[in-house]
Design a protein around this ligand. Structure first.
Ligand code: FES
Ligand code: FES
Length: 172
C-alpha cells in the first residue's frame, strides 16, 4: 500500500491493534491506532506533541497545521494511514527554547500572539511559504496565511513577523 505522500505505508497488525510507524521530527515513532485516525489526534494524544491545536476539526481554521514532507497540511483531516514514509514536522521540531527558529523568534519579537491559539499553525504555514519563497511580499504572506484564522485579529502583526523572519533569514 502506498501512502498519499509517497513511500510504502507499513502498518503491522498485532492482535487487534494496528501499529503504524511515523517519522516525526526526525524520530521514528510507532503508534497503535487505526489507519484512519487523524494525525492531529496521534500527535497530541499518543506522542504528547501538543503544539498543533484542535480548532475546528474540519480543515477550516489552520490551528492544527504541521508539515508533511515540507508542505503545510491540516493534521485534523490527515489520516495517519496516508502518510507512509513522509517526514512529519511539528512546531516542536522547528526550534528549541534556547535556539528558536527565526520564525519563532520573529513572532516573539513582534509580539504577534494574543491568546496564541492560532500561532503555531501560522508559523508552520509560514515555514512552508518561506521554504518555497524566501523573500515574499506582504501580499504573498497574506495570501499564504489566508486560510489560517486568528480570532484575536492579530493578522497585521503576524504578517510583520513573517516578513521580519524572512529578512533575518536572508542575513544568515
Ligand atoms: S483544527 Fe484543523 S483546520 Fe481547524
Ligand atoms: S492570537 Fe488568538 S487566535 Fe490568533
Amino acid at each position: 500500500m502506498v501512502g498519499a505522500y509517497g513511500g510504502a505505508q507499513a502498518p503491522r497488525i498485532t492482535g487487534e491493534t494496528m501499529t503504524i510507524s511515523l517519522k516525526v521530527n526526525g524520530s521514528q515513532r510507532a503508534v497503535p491506532a487505526d489507519a484512519d485516525t487523524p494525525l492531529l489526534y496521534v500527535l497530541r494524544n499518543d506522542l504528547a506533541l501538543n503544539g498543533a491545536k484542535f480548532g475546528c476539526g474540519l480543515a477550516q481554521c489552520g490551528a492544527c497545521t504541521v508539515l508533511v514532507d515540507g508542505r503545510a497540511v491540516r493534521s485534523c483531516i490527515t489520516e495517519i494511514g496516508t502518510i507512509g514514509e513522509a517526514e512529519i514536522t511539528t512546531i516542536e521540531g522547528l526550534g528549541t527554547i534556547e535556539k528558536p527558529h527565526p520564525l519563532q523568534q520573529a513572532f516573539i519579537d513582534t509580539q504577534a500572539a494574543q491568546c496564541g491559539y492560532c500561532i503555531n499553525g501560522m508559523i508552520m504555514t509560514a515555514k512552508d511559504l518561506l521554504d518555497r519563497n524566501p523573500h515574499p511580499a506582504a501580499a504573498e504572506v497574506r495570501e499564504a496565511l489566508a486560510g489560517n484564522l486568528c480570532r484575536c485579529g492579530t493578522h497585521n502583526r503576524i504578517v510583520r513577523a513573517v516578513l521580519r523572519a524572512a529578512e533575518n533569514m536572508g542575513k544568515t
